[in-house]
Design a protein. Structure first.
Length: 248
């Protein structure tokens, strides 16, 4: 199996979905530049794999994101696919408000994507080609209990993708928004509630890569949870709110 991209940049690649996509895309012949804050974990992933290079950075640091992007392009050529996967999750509700967690979630989940776009988009626009993707979540389809800050950021990412798809397409750039359900990763390992249709990260990475190869606008999985939540979100609010409370 081979992939159509020469150089892929993945943020949030030190574990979970990002790591699994990096390993699989490297196996499929891409050169993969991986970023996250944990340099030791990135080095362990790249160890012995000449198709993976390490570019540690914090996605909230726009200057550093631009600097590592220039560095990786100088070494491996233009980034033709970016997977903006870094994310932060805290259980959050308004009655037990922790504004600092809201701030972190906004900084990583939204500004981390914006900073990635700031680094890659101008060159892609100049070249008239490229593929942008970011990882949102099915939690962005509609409000869910205890997900006030996370859900709000993921909803914003879906909204931003919907509004930007046509504009980017006219510049020759493909855009995909990735909406996973529950996947077993360090992020969900700390959850103390049932996670229906929980997937393994290897299977989730396969779905992500297949969707990216097909240049799908939305890449969402597992289908069972996706369709349940999509259905709930077309219901009138009086019914949606009742069902969501019951589930909670
Ligand atoms: N697992 C799920 O069920 C699920 C479901 C829907 C959506 N998602 C989304 O999928 C994406 C990946 O999550 P995951 O499940 O694979 O969790 P994960 O294993 O915890 O991965 C999160 C990644 O983000 C990186 N990261 C966090 N803050 C960062 C920062 N400030 N700068 C740079 N990198 C940062 C982490 O690396 P460092 O700590 O080394 O920086 C790590 O590589 C996230 O956007 C998440 O919201 C996950």
């Amino acid at each position: 199996m081979s992939a159509p991209w020469k150089h892929v940049w993945i943020t949030g690649a030190s574990s979970g979905l990002g790591e699994n996509c990096a390993r699989k895309l490297a196996e499929q012949g891409c050169h993969v530049s991986i970023s996250a804050r944990s340099e030791d974990k990135l080095n362990a992933i790249a160890d012995g794999n000449s198709n993976i290079s390490v570019y540690p950075c914090d996605v909230t640091d726009r200057e550093k994101m631009n600097a590592v992007k220039d560095e990786m392009e100088a070494a491996h050529g233009p980034v033709d696919l970016v997977i903006l996967c870094a994310g932060a999750w805290f259980q959050s509700s308004l009655t037990e408000m922790k504004p600092e967690n809201f701030q972190k979630t906004l900084d990583v989940n939204i500004m981390g994507v914006v900073n990635g776009l700031d680094a890659v988009l101008p060159d892609m626009i100049a070249r008239g080609e490229g593929h942008i993707s970011w990882v949102s979540s099915v939690a962005g389809y509609g409000g869910l209990p205890n997900s006030a800050s996370y859900g709000a950021t993921k909803a914003a990412l879906i909204n931003m993708a919907e509004g930007s798809h046509g504009e980017l397409a006219r510049k020759g750039i493909a855009l995909s928004v990735i909406n996973p359900g529950f996947v077993r990763t360090p992020m969900t390992d700390k959850n103390d509630f049932p996670m229906p249709f929980l997937m393994e990260p290897e299977d989730a990475a396969d779905k992500m890569i297949a969707g990216l190869k097909a240049k799908k606008f939305e890449i969402a999985f597992p289908w069972q949870l996706v369709w349940i939540l999509k259905f709930l979100n077309i219901l009138p609010y009086w019914l949606y709110l009742r069902i969501i409370q019951k589930i909670a």
